[in-house]
Design a protein around this ligand. Structure first.
Ligand code: NAD
Length: 372
């Protein structure tokens, strides 16, 4: 029997609370679907700093490189806000992304019918929405050299300063994230829209040409279109359902994925995955995490919505373990619970009602799994 390895890093704030609900879901799959998970757990972020004096111990990093998948809760919190930059909780997360070389960030924007009224857009624009944004995560303007702030005396700026960042992409960096997007599209509706600013940026011209090259040479069966990123932003709020997979660079992806996230309502609902190159077993290196942070304002109160973390585990089932049917089952269970009106506080509409606790939401999803 295949055993699927998973390293759980609950982290800080509501991280451990939502992760406890994922544990229940894993238990259900083991008992009822005959799956076997080898789950280990370790510290990251402030929790790791408290024990080791740094936000990620070397042993934890080594373990993350050995397992099939990492599932992370959230990091950070007011207790750690004044730490030196080098040991801030977020550095633990960044180290994981960097050393695992997770270059493709997947952010689904899926609108569950029961929550369509939560969107800032009209129900008929977002109902049934199911798109996937693939953002390049390890290069581009957030990493390019030269960068920095320095003195600048150019005419008109005497005694002033200049801030510089560099947008830089190589063919290889573009091709590998394009391949990830085409592979994902083949498992969905077979369409990719690539977004850049080829009208004003040379790196955008290269992006467009390389994505087209990968398409023509390796994925001619997938439908490919190109769009300027500013038009893409407009189209995302005008008619988001026209898209299937969107592939874009680090900066545009940062912005477009947050905009797309809000189409679907609450932060407590949004999963994500970050994928790297295939390992020896053919599966990509991968880390899964909810989009939300550690939510210090509700920590320890049983108010956190565990769905973002549970849907992140569903992504692990699909992309790391090749268990697409089980991922579908888990997503159906979440959909059923929402359709039944079960709501954590963040999902309460103006009509009110009684919110359930984090643990009750987890229990409801586990109960719904049997019939899903
Ligand atoms: P946040 O996502 O933690 O919270 C924003 C708001 O959304 C809060 O009101 C919170 O209560 C609510 N919220 C978030 N997740 C929720 C959930 N699952 N259920 C119900 N409500 C939820 O963002 P923030 O307040 O800007 O940051 C808090 C801390 O988290 C900071 O230290 C920040 O650096 C860190 N952070 C970490 C990550 C990460 O680990 N990936 C991401 C963002 C922020």
């Amino acid at each position: 029997m295949t055993t699927y390895s998973l390293l759980i890093l609950p982290g800080d704030g509501i991280g451990p609370e939502v992760m406890a609900e994922v544990r229940k879901v894993i238990g259900w799959f083991e008992t009822n679907r005959g799956l076997s998970f080898d789950v280990s757990e370790d510290l990251v972020g402030g929790a790791a700093y408290d024990k080791h004096g740094k936000p990620l111990a070397d042993e934890t990093m080594a373990k993350a490189l050995e397992v099939d998948a990492v599932l992370l809760g959230a990091v950070g919190g007011p207790a750690y806000d004044n730490l030196d930059f080098s040991v801030k909780p977020e550095r633990g997360l960044l180290r994981l992304r960097k050393e695992m070389d997770l270059f493709a960030n997947l952010r689904p924007a899926q609108c569950f019918d029961a929550l369509a009224d939560f969107s800032s857009l009209k129900r008929d624009v977002v109902a049934g929405l199911d798109i996937l944004i693939v953002r390049e995560l390890t290069s581009g303007v957030y990493f390019g050299q030269p960068r920095g702030i320095s003195a600048d005396d150019t005419p008109g700026n005497e005694g002033g300063r200049v801030g510089v960042n560099t947008q830089r992409y190589t063919s290889g960096e573009i091709r590998r994230v394009a391949r990830a997007a085409f592979e994902l599209a083949r498992k969905r509706n077979n369409r990719v829209c690539s977004m850049e600013k080829a009208n004003v940026m040379e790196s955008g011209i290269l992006w467009r040409e390389e994505v087209q090259w990968v398409h023509d040479n390796e994925y001619p069966d997938v439908e490919l279109s190109h769009m300027y990123a500013d038009n893409g932003a407009m189209q995302l709020v005008r008619n988001p359902r026209q898209f299937d997979v969107i592939v874009t660079d680090n900066l545009f992806g940062d912005i477009l994925s947050d905009a797309a996230a809000m189409l679907t309502g609450s932060l407590g609902m949004l999963p994500s995955a970050s994928l790297g190159a295939p390992m020896e077993n053919g599966r990509p290196r991968a880390m899964y995490e909810p989009v939300h942070g550690s939510a210090p304002d509700i920590t320890g109160q049983g108010k956190a919505n565990p769905i973002a973390c549970i849907l992140s585990f569903a992504m692990a089932l699909r992309y790391s373990y090749g268990l697409g049917d089980e991922a579908d089952r888990l997503e159906r269970a979440v959909e059923k619970v929402l359709a039944d009106g079960v709501r954590t506080g963040d999902l309460m509409g103006p009509e009110g009602g009684t919110p359930v606790s984090t643990s009750q939401m987890g229990d409801a999803i586990v109960a719904a799994l049997a019939a899903a």
